[in-house]
Design a protein around this ligand. Structure first.
Ligand code: ATP
Ligand code: MG
Length: 249
């Protein structure tokens, strides 16, 4: 049955993004623990109905490489759309590499290979349903308790994307050059973002802005992405096979 606000018990806050807040909730009727993401949207009821209609597509997504969707509804005085999804106890790859960095460690190549495999399989699945993810980055790649790696936060609702009016901060660094240039873009743009995500996880910091250019303005950065050679994965601990995998796409 449908997930409703009144059936949820708030457990704790899991994280915060540019678009909203993610909380751990308990769904009393099913006994499931879920992650609830709440996003402030356009207050127009017609727009909100459209967003909920578009999000219903997520119910048809069924893959071990995609975070399961339980339902969406209007929340908090009808100005917020909340989306309930599978709770991934391991957190995001961003959480995981940040913890590794804080302990002075780094994620090794065997794990990078598993990430690449899982993300590619998730993308094959989405692309077979004619969905471009549009927001592949370490914080949108989640890890379950068992260690399975899954994609979340893909762009199924054009109306939601419009409603959340991209603030030009941080998240755009994963955009492929063809998107920055305003050209037609397609599934290949997700592969660009996968490459940047693998570089980021392996070096414990974002691939862009590029090393040695920490203070680029957003305009300089976008110009850099479009003009400069593609970022590559570096380090003596990384094999040539892995370097080539990231470089050739
Ligand atoms: P941005 O707003 O730039 O996209 P983000 O992806 O980190 O950044 P959110 O999607 O709001 O923002 O997620 C915030 C944090 O909540 C994530 O970094 C992750 O730690 C946590 N989180 C999100 N979804 C889940 C989930 N299904 N299970 C467990 N933790 C989650
Ligand atoms: Mg996210």
């Amino acid at each position: 049955h449908d997930v409703q606000a009144k059936d949820l018990e708030l457990l704790k806050r899991l994280g915060e993004g540019a678009a909203g807040t993610v909380r751990l909730v308990y769904h009393k009727p099913s006994g499931l623990t879920m992650a609830k993401k709440s996003i402030s949207t356009d207050p127009d009821p017609a727009v909100q109905r459209q967003i909920l209609r578009e999000l219903a597509f997520l119910k048809t997504c069924n893959s071990p490489y995609i975070v399961s969707f339980y339902g969406a509804f209007l929340d908090e005085g009808e100005t917020t759309v909340s989306l309930c999804m599978e709770y991934c106890e391991g957190g995001s790859l961003q959480d995981i590499y940040t913890r590794a960095r804080d302990r002075g460690g780094v994620i090794g190549e065997a794990v990078l290979a598993r990430i690449a495999e899982s993300v590619c399989k998730g993308l094959v699945y989405l692309h077979s349903k004619r969905v471009i993810h549009r927001d592949i980055k370490p914080s949108n790649i989640l890890v379950t308790r068992k260690g399975d790696i899954k994609l979340c936060d893909f762009g199924v609702s054009g109306e939601l994307i419009n409603s959340v009016a991209e603030t030009f901060t941080g998240t755009q660094y994963y955009m492929a050059p063809e998107r920055i240039k305003g050209n037609a873009y397609a599934v290949q743009s997700d592969i660009w973002s996968l490459g940047l995500s693998l570089i980021e996880v392996s070096q414990n910091e974002p691939a862009l802005p590029p090393p040695g250019h920490p203070d680029l303005s957003i305009f300089e950065l976008l110009d850099f992405i479009v003009r400069q050679p593609v970022p590559v994965i570096q380090g003596d601990h990384i094999s040539d096979v892995c370097k080539n995998f990231v470089a050739i796409w």
